[in-house]
Every structure is written in structure tokens, then in C-alpha cells.
Ligand binder design. Structure first.
Ligand code: UTP
Length: 295
């Protein structure tokens, strides 16, 4: 079945980026010239997604505003003849039709996805975490959808991490009895565990915020108890799903930045700005000058 719906859970508190995120949702912090969430929406659209469901909270209303039309602003830009910015503002409003549902209490990512149940309906769907900004030649979600179409299994995005980093991620346990495919990029899974200590980790393959899920996940989420950090974990529900239906991991090809915290956000800004056709050359010159001044 075609994947036409993507759920974007954006109701989290964003504590890792305080105080920047006290009044501004982390999803609206810019990376170079666009807010974080816009990269993720553009990726979903490039992957064939037609419906976007935002799981939001009372503190995140401005995310919806970003994708709405801005009549007063457009009138000002038009009167000034600022066609470049007028086009950019209108393009965002025309980008996507958003459906929003509220997560009234921040009980975890799994709980946020469960809030989208009625809006999704009984069809397989994607989940995209905008905090994970993935840059590459092909859209990461599109690669996962390709793996879903070939395998008919639910799919989680995977990347390799250093062995001592496992406690920061959901980690998967590959199924050694089943063959991997796509040159080792699609890996059948036996289990998933949220934030294991390195000594307990079943592999060094970490789950990144892109998923394609069977609607059966909602039944599993309803029964999922509070797990790591006291939250209802999506990883625990996918672990339960794996007992009934095939689940595979897919090693996507792009570079992932955790833009939900300062370090990853700074790296993303630097890398994308250095590659940017307008800002790249000037930034390189200024960085070279800066390095020489500090010698
Ligand atoms: P994070 O683990 O990044 O948590 O959530 P957070 O609360 O947003 O940020 P920190 O850790 O306090 O800095 C992963 C994703 O799940 C969403 C977040 O918005 C993010 O996209 N989420 C998390 C919810 O929508 N609801 C929740 O209750 C928790």
C-alpha cells in the first residue's frame, strides 16, 4: 500500500536547547535560512507523502503559523516590490496541507504517535522526527519507503554509532537467521531496546527518527507501559510489533545531525552554510582568516 501519510511528533519540551527554546519551538530554529521543520517537511514531500499530521502542544502553535498564509506580510512585501521574499513566503504556505492533533500531556514519543491514530486511519504511515536533520543526495524517508515497498515490513532508519554511545539511542538486535538485502542495507530485526548501557547493547546500530509503520503499531502503543525515562517509548511498541509482524532496519545513505541540541545544530549550520551557493565562499574566507588570527 502506498505511504501517503507522515506523522510529525513535535510536542516535546526541547529541554536540551534551553534557554533558546523557552519561547521558540526547537522546530523553528533556523538552519542557515530555513527552520528545522521545513527541511523535514520538504524531505517528506520529496518522498511522495501527501498528508502531514503534526502532533503538537499548546506551546507549539507557531509551527502551524509557519505553514499558513501570512496575508499582512505578503501585502507589505508586494507593496515594497520584494518579489524574492514574497515568493519564499508564499511557497511555504503552498507547501503542504497540515492536519494537527494535540498531545495534551508530554508522556513520550510513543504516546505522541498514538495521538495521531484517528487521523492516520488503518493504513501504513511514516513517522518523521524533525530533530533528526538528514542531508543527502536522496531523501532518507524515500529510501525507507523503498525498503518498505520491497519487504512489506515496518522499517526503522539505522545508523552505526560508537559502542560507548548506545545509551543515547534506541538500539536494534538484528535477526541472524534471516538474510539482509540491498547490499546489507536492509536488515531483518529480532528486537529493539531503548537506550541500553553499552554492555547490554545487542549491536551498535542506532535508530534514527524516520520510520514506516504498520497501523498495528497503534494496538501495541495502547498496551505499552511507561519505559525508559518514565515515557511511553515508540521503540518498546515496535519491539512488541516485531513479535507479530516483520520489522526491518534500513541503513540510510545521508548524514544525520541531531539539531535538537546545540552541538548538532551548530554542526548542521556550519556544514550546510559551507556548501551553500550564496554563503559558502564568504564563510570559508572568514573561517580561514579566523584560523590564521588564532595562530
Ligand atoms: P526528544 O527525545 O527530542 O524529547 O523527543 P524533547 O522533549 O522534544 O526534547 P528534550 O530531550 O527535552 O531536549 C523526540 C521527538 O518526540 C517528540 C519531540 O517533539 C521530538 O520530535 N515528542 C517527545 C513528543 O511529541 N511528545 C513527547 O511527549 C515527547
Amino acid at each position: 500500500m502506498k505511504i501517503r501519510t507522515a506523522v510529525f511528533p513535535v510536542a516535546g519540551w526541547g529541554t536540551r536547547f534551553l534557554p533558546a527554546t523557552k519561547a521558540v519551538p526547537k522546530e523553528l530554529l533556523p538552519v542557515v535560512d530555513r527552520p528545522v521543520i521545513q527541511y523535514a517537511i520538504e524531505e517528506a514531500i520529496a518522498s511522495g507523502v501527501e498528508r502531514v499530521i503534526l502532533v503538537t502542544s499548546e506551546h507549539k502553535r507557531s509551527i502551524e503559523d509557519h505553514f499558513d498564509s501570512a496575508t499582512d506580510l505578503e501585502a507589505v512585501l508586494e507593496a515594497r516590490g520584494d518579489i524574492e521574499h514574497l515568493r519564499a513566503v508564499r511557497a511555504v504556505a503552498d507547501m503542504v496541507h497540515l492536519v494537527t492533533v494535540r498531545q495534551k500531556e508530554q508522556l513520550g514519543l510513543g504516546h505522541a504517535v498514538l495521538m495521531a491514530r484517528d487521523a492516520v486511519g488503518r493504513e501504513p504511515f511514516a513517522v518523521v522526527l524533525p530533530d533528526d536533520l538528514i542531508v543527502g543526495r536522496s531523501p532518507a524517508l524515500g529510501e525507507l519507503i523503498g525498503a518498505y515497498e520491497k519487504s512489506s515490513a515496518s522499517v526503522v532508519a539505522l545508523m552505526e554509532v560508537a559502542a560507548d554511545q548506545t545509551r543515547r539511542y534506541g538500539i536494534v538486535e538484528p535477526d541472524p537467521t534471516l538474510p539482509s538485502s540491498d547490499g546489507g542495507r536492509t536488515i531483518p530485526l529480532r528486537g529493539l531496546v531503548e537506550k541500553p548501557e553499552p554492555k547490554d547493547a545487542p549491536s551498535n546500530l542506532a535508530i534514527v527518527g524516520r520510520y514506516v509503520l504498520s497501523p498495528k503499531i497503534f494496538e501495541k502503543l495502547e498496551r505499552t507501559k511507561h519505559g525508559a525515562g518514565g515515557e511511553i517509548q515508540l521503540t518498546d511498541a515496535i519491539q512488541a510489533l516485531a513479535a507479530d509482524q516483520p520489522v526491518v532496519g534500513f541503513k540510510f545513505s545521508g548524514t544525520r545531525y541531531d539539531v535538537g541540541a546545540p552541538e548538532g545544530w551548530l554542526r548542521a549550520n556550519l556544514d550546510l552554510a559551507l556548501d551553500h551557493p550564496t554563503y559558502g565562499a564568504a564563510l570559508r574566507t572568514s573561517l580561514t582568516g579566523h584560523a590564521q588570527d588564532r595562530k
